[in-house]
Design a protein around this ligand. Sequence first.
Ligand code: HEC
Length: 374
Amino acid sequence: MKHWVWLTGEVVTGLLLGAALSVPTALASSSPNGEAIYQKACAACHGPRGRGNPRHAVGFETPLPDFSDCDFASREPNADWVAVAHEGGPVRAFSPMMPAFGEALSVAELRAAMSHIRTFCADKSWPRGEFNLPRAQVTTKAFPEDEVVWETRIPDGETDAVFNDLIYEQRFGARNQFEIVVPIGWRENTHPMADDQWRSGLGDIKLGLKRVLYDNMERGAIISGIAEVSLPTGDDADGFGADTAIFEGSLAYGQILPANSFFQGQIGVDVPREGDKANEEAYLRLAAGRSFFFDRWGRPWTPMLELVASRENAPSADTEWDAVPQLQIMLSKRQHVRLNIGWRMALTNDDIRDDQFLVYLLWDWFDGSLAEGW
Ligand code: HEC
């Protein structure tokens, strides 16, 4: 009886609503109710408010994520969460205690459940993880991140040299990130009397701050401001430093495009403290790419192309252009360890400027330790 009343109630409300809003019935029934799906399929473990039910209630040890914790939830893109819900925890190297719903629920229903999960983090000042676009070799991302990156640059020149940057990035607050870059290099010793074949040196250590100024999921756009200073810690006699502090200011822009494509841009200036030791320079960096999936729920392969322009602030200076074709590969199942291999080609003055082989290894440490997630 109760059941029947509920059913009639629903039908009557549905009809009334349908008539009042003149929503075509087909459309109304094809947009699933995310909250109802969540409460029925997910809440038994994840809790009615997304905080995770206590251990004694769920009967297993694996800790449940807290979807109301914006710091955690905001950075995970929906596509990854749908993959986990569809295929089960192991698809991203999580516990099999997170079951696969791919046979019980459609992708549209899982997306609807995600929209409900999104309501658990009430603070909208946290930019969404969808804006964490693949890191290009030269163009800085607008998204603030928790990452350690090892970058290596090998110029294709007369003398052998290897330059490395060890980069540590950490978020603080909803929209900020700080960064420390420690450059270390090796250079072939070309001096005829030299004993050692190679010289090693520390470069100019760089400190940076990034803040998200604008983000809008509907437009798919994010803009950040970045301020950096490189300190004259490098061994300038060995060619590993500028021997003066250099201040850098830039704006970084990220744009999500259809079909897993994206565009990123950065525009900025470098201003040395002592103008006779290093040059003022302005730059423009553009990166476009697209992620391809060989297996729908698996790892993306992301080819990108960057165009990089820079110009010294001197009357006779030319604008130098480089192109950087590159490929980013996801190494870990968790998608927190990534490799990028690229080639930086001088498009202008290529008789005096070397091409460079570029490679980076990136670890998103917030998503798990280096040993986890494979
Ligand atoms: C039987 C209990 C259970 C049910 C039911 C369940 N989950 Fe989970 N879920 C888990 C556990 C346990 C984890 C944590 C796995 C880990 O950290 O290794 C998890 C993790 C997740 C994550 C990954 C979060 C991250 O760390 O990035 C998502 C997303 C998720 N669940 C979504 C859902 C959705 C959507 C539903 C309902 C359609 C659902 N879950 C139903 C147990 C469950």
